[in-house]
Design a protein around this ligand. Structure first.
Ligand code: ADP
Ligand code: ASP
Ligand code: MG
Length: 463
């Protein structure tokens, strides 16, 4: 058995979907389970339209038409059997009507909760997987649409729900194994789950990768394949870095570290179920299926490369708490983290100057205003007493991370990284190295992030 997850671009148009059907057909003897995303761009469109609906914008109707046309065009082109096609198109039209009712509700109430956003976002994966199941059937591949709200049980933390593994694994096995037993391909919606009360949740943006590995691990598949639009995990994002190269093999740790630090190729949580079950993850290219791709497993590349990838995350803010009076005062960092936790701000990176007179945290830019407000009120008295001089912000910044297992215990990587960035004329705002030594991260102004990534990529000859 293998699980094959297809991303948004892989299911984004008629040509790609034809390729998906061929890929599934080729691998039928291995009993594939398909997990798929919404068509590329659809989740953004669904969520943007919800935000327009609250504002009672006239753009809602045209967006709904766009969505409908995009799906119906695929059904028309790829499902040749008349009866099957009519049934699919009717079902898609009914879903668009339901969606329209939801937008109408949002618009009437002028209220848009994270719960409603999840319900709205789920339509992307449902519409997409319904059409994939029909396309496979049309290619004489027995296939069945599976709504993952029935099998992936989550808590009610809308927008980024936590998975209840024992319940989900049990349901996945009970629902999918009988289908696989009769050589039928389950087509499972990625990204979405359901609570005990039957409410729709999502696993976080780009969460279909995670669904793929939850399903693959529950079924104890031989491998989990993530089909995307590049030949594998590369030394840097090929969209921004010249000479980026495919890595044939990386470890789970490296993949987790690089995805946490912004490499969009795989969702950071994807590695968790796979590590526990010891199942390799393979990244493959739908546009170039014969390429071997990248294998992610317990084993890192046996080559001599110390640094594997350079990544970056944009749209961040750096908040620094500074003051000469802070030196030797216990509990300042605990108070910073407690204040940020109170307003539910996730800290991506922490850095403290060894002089103890400056402590900074890097957080998502969207949370900056509330974080700053909370920190200023937390330290109001200390500011008045001059223990702390100021709580200051720098915006927008990016974290650039250098990732590789070989860095552990290898001296000189940090020095080489900082010199490369400095020689590119870029100022380093802050630095952090985790005690794992699998990564070194630095903060730069956002405008310089891609240039910094390129400079580090070049200095380690990753291309
Ligand atoms: P999908 O829709 O298939 O899930 P994504 O857009 O989420 O695809 O992820 C694939 C994209 O990730 C690639 O097109 C590439 O631009 C980007 N990417 C970022 N960092 C890397 C990297 N280190 N290696 C490969 N791709 C990367
Ligand atoms: N469609 C969802 C998103 O765009 C999930 C995914 O593509 O993995 O975030
Ligand atoms: Mg993705």
């Amino acid at each position: 058995m293998i699980t094959m997850k297809f991303g948004g671009t892989s299911v984004g148009d008629v040509k790609r979907l034809q390729d998906v059907a061929l890929i599934v057909k080729t691998h039928l003897p291995r009993h594939p389970v398909v997990v798929a995303s919404a068509m590329g761009g659809v989740t953004d469109l669904l969520l943007d339209t919800a935000r327009l609906a609250v504002k009672r914008s006239s753009q809602v109707e045209p967006n709904l038409r766009l969505l409908k046309d995009r799906h119906l065009q695929v059904s028309q082109a790829l499902v040749r059997d008349r009866e099957r096609r009519d049934e699919l198109m009717e079902r898609q039209a009914r879903l668009i009507d339901e969606l329209s009712t939801l937008y109408h509700g949002v618009s009437l109430l002028k209220e848009l909760s994270v719960r409603s956003l999840d319900a709205i976002a789920s339509f992307g994966e449902i519409l997409s997987c319904l059409q994939i199941a029909s396309i496979l059937q049309d290619h004489d591949i027995p296939a069945e649409f599976i709504d993952s709200r029935e099998i992936i049980r989550t808590d009610a933390n809308f927008g980024e729900a936590a998975v209840d593994f024992p319940t989900s694994s049990d349901r996945i096995r009970r629902r999918l194994l009988p289908l696989l037993g009769k050589s039928c391909v389950p087509v499972v919606t990625g990204f979405i789950g359901g609570t005990e009360d039957g409410l729709t949740t999502t696993l976080g943006r780009s969460g279909s990768d995670y669904t793929g590995s939850i399903v693959g691990a529950a079924l104890e598949c031989e491998e989990i394949w993530i089909w995307t639009d590049v030949d594998g995990v590369m030394t840097a994002d090929p969209r921004y870095v010249q000479g980026a190269r495919v890595l044939p093999q990386i470890s789970y740790r490296e993949a987790a570290e690089m995805s946490y630090f912004g490499a969009k190729i795989i969702h950071p949580k994807t590695m968790v179920p796979a590590i526990e079950a010891g199942i390799p993850i393979r990244i493959k290219n739908t546009f170039n299926p014969s390429a071997p791709g990248t294998i992610i497993s317990h084993t890192a590349d046996t080559g001599d490369r110390i640094v594997k990838t350079i990544t970056s995350i944009d749209n961040l803010s750096l908040i620094a708490v500074e003051g000469n009076g802070m030196v030797g005062v216990p509990g300042i960092s605990a108070r910073i983290f407690a204040a940020l936790a109170r307003v539910q701000v996730n800290v991506i990176m922490i850095s403290q100057a060894s002089s103890e007179h400056n402590l900074c945290v890097v957080i998502p830019h969207r949370d900056c205003a509330k974080a700053l407000h909370e920190l200023k009120s937390e330290f109001e008295r200390d500011i008045a007493k001059k223990v702390i001089d100021e709580v200051k912000v720098q915006n927008p910044v990016s974290i650039v991370a250098v990732v590789g297992e070989g860095m552990k215990g290898f001296r000189g990587v940090a020095g080489k990284t900082f010199t490369a960035v400095a020689e590119a004329g870029i100022n380093i705002v802050a630095i952090a190295q985790g005690s794992s030594e699998y990564n070194i991260s630095l903060v730069v102004e956002q405008a310089n992030a891609h240039k910094a990534v390129q400079a580090i990529h070049d200095v380690f000859h990753l291309g």
